[in-house]
Design a protein around this ligand. Sequence first.
Ligand code: PHB
Length: 391
Amino acid sequence: MKIATKLGMAAVVALGAMSPAHAADIKVGMILPYSGVYAGIGKEITRAFELGLEVFGSEVNGRKIVLVQADTEGKPNSGLAKTKKLIHSDKVDVLVGPVSSGVLAAMRDTVHNAKVPFVIANAGHDGISGAKCSPWIVRTSFSNRQIVRPMGKWMYDKGYRNVYLMAPDYAAGHQMMNHFKDGFKQAGGKIVGEEYPPLQGTKDFGPYLAKVKAAKPDALFVFFAGGPAIQFVKSFGAFGIGKDIPLAGAGWLTSPLYIKAQGEGANNIIGSANYVPSIDNPANKKYQAAFKAKYGRGGSEFAVQGYDAARVIVEALKVVNGDTSDKKAFMDAVRKVTFDGPRGKFRFDQKNGNIIQNIYVYKNIKQGGAITASVYDVIKDVQDPSDSCKS
Ligand code: PHB
């Protein structure tokens, strides 16, 4: 009798352990900068991912989705060390992040070899949509060339002939400037100078802007994001060359995340971006309203990438019924996810796992005391052009 009761209890305990209510959590490793020059972007993506789980579901078949945050500091070495910790000690089911192309390049082989599903929510390193693509990797953000390449021809068509370039001295900075150059030179334009200040620790852009002023270009085209973008636009405003030398750039230069901190220098800047808050569709209205209700302000393009990453993961988990043990089945489901999102129809390019999306060319205009992006042009359904992904 005693034995029978014990056995009965053991069976109940065992059944309890297997029932959905006690199923193990699904761990999402947030590999993002929570300190350093890109900390604001890392926090924004995390906020939006958390919002995405609230909106689309934070539990699938009894398994709760939980976040494990790891600070890359925006540095390749730390990013790689934290990636290894998330994979081998925390045993995460899926990775989300990073912000920097340098960190992404450092992590890629470790993630690929460990076969960990990986949803890139910002870093644009082109190789990941080309020769370094992987069946374990998709991207809800962009590739660097997807955003910048259309701008070379666009600026030539608008009459600019001699352009000066500036970007931080790391992978994303060089890739973006090279793509701008390709498009601009092919159209017939000339690059009259280039500057690559260090990503970390450039406080004073004055000496670089003095060189730009001396070269008298038709325009200055730049890539800066996060802390350096705030610093750069403030310096540009203070330097007072905006009247003579129009400033254009990859759109993050004046992201809604930090435009308020940039002051008057942000006015009149031309940019290209994968998202503008004014996109007119029901999913975008819902996203903006939900973001505002939770955080008291509108969501940025960085946030959209995090919000969509959460949705991709939740939708794919539903397809596999919350079972992440067959990683290939989960990744197949991830690649097939499609929905009407804030950027319109969301889908991955089946060739390389990179999102296909519209690119918006805009100009900042001051209206009613606030500087906001006014859309000039929409380049539809831009795909990463690489054909070197063989996975
Ligand atoms: C990158 O390093 O790939 C990167 C960082 C910040 C951005 C865009 C791209 O806003």
